[in-house]
Design a protein around this ligand. Structure first.
Ligand SMILES: [Zn+2]
Length: 273
């Protein structure tokens, strides 16, 4: 009996130890690339970007960034930038055409994460009808309300509003791949359902991407809030959470709109790993 038990324990261990190397081998490769999603604009931030009149004459180069997270054979696209018909800040090359440079087709994008419903983050979402949209519930409610929230870019979501596409309205954080490598974190305030993104890379380490929790370094460092903002108190609480997470995780913080942060990631089509 004892012998039998010992033997079965041995085989249990043997099975466990032989399964370890294969599990390690199958750990998915994670990478993070920046995709250009608009033409940079020199922005006078004194006009709309401080509700405390913090800036007299500060001009900041705004860029428009989307991000591609590869997780094994699955892809998450974070934000979809300006539309190709957005005028001066419209992208020179669409997301779909940039993905083609790395032989990716739109139907290979499994998830599209949306930081918030403004036009410069949602302009090309309709190019990914097969993707599951991950968007804060507060923003989705603002898009689908009989009278949509001010600033909500409704039209490109027609496919999902009609029920034709898959969509998850997030009430809190969302661990996209279930292993903690890409977590959409709840940072409401700029809009009711605003979210940011944490990506945990093996080589580069942790990366926190703001969405529009903050638009540029000066506001980030001073907890500045734009004059166009849904809920000031929520934004301050979200900034507090984001900064504490960044410190605890020793994360690289990327402010999506700040052109000074573009070089924190390698130039596309290269990706951080
Ligand atoms: Zn924006």
């Amino acid at each position: 009996m004892l012998r039998k038990l010992t033997a079965s324990i041995f085989w249990a261990f043997a099975a466990a130890s032989t399964s370890l190397p294969s599990a390690a081998q199958s750990a998915p490769e994670i990478s993070l690339a920046r995709i250009d999603c608009g033409t940079p604009v020199l922005n006078d931030v004194s006009a709309r970007f401080s509700d405390t009149y913090a800036y007299n004459d500060l001009k900041v180069l705004f860029t428009y960034s989307c991000y591609l997270i590869k997780h094994g054979n699955d892809y998450l696209l974070w934000d979809t930038g300006h539309s190709m018909s957005a005028g001066a800040p419209a992208p020179k090359v669409s997301i779909v055409d940039q993905l083609a440079q790395i032989s990716l087709k739109p139907e290979q994008i499994k998830f599209v994460g949306i930081s918030h419903y403004h036009a410069d983050h949602t302009g090309q979402v309709a190019a990914f009808p097969g993707a599951t949209i991950l968007i804060g519930k507060g923003d989705w409610d603002g898009i689908t309300a009989p009278k949509p929230n001010a600033g909500a870019n409704v039209a490109p979501f027609a496919h999902w509003i009609s029920g034709g596409g898959k969509l998850e309205a997030l009430v809190g954080d969302k661990d996209v791949f279930g292993d903690g490598t890409a977590v959409i974190i709840n940072t409401p305030g700029h809009t009711p359902g605003h979210h940011s993104l944490l990506v945990r890379l093996k080589g580069m380490g942790n990366v926190l991407i703001t969405g529009d929790l903050s638009h540029f370094h000066e506001n980030y460092e001073s907890n500045g809030v734009p004059a166009f903002n849904y809920h000031r108190g929520d934004t301050l609480a979200s900034l507090d959470r984001f900064k504490k997470a960044a410190a605890n995780l020793k994360a690289t913080v990327i402010i999506q709109h700040d052109a000074r942060d573009v070089t924190k990631l390698p130039a596309f089509p290269a990706a951080a790993k």
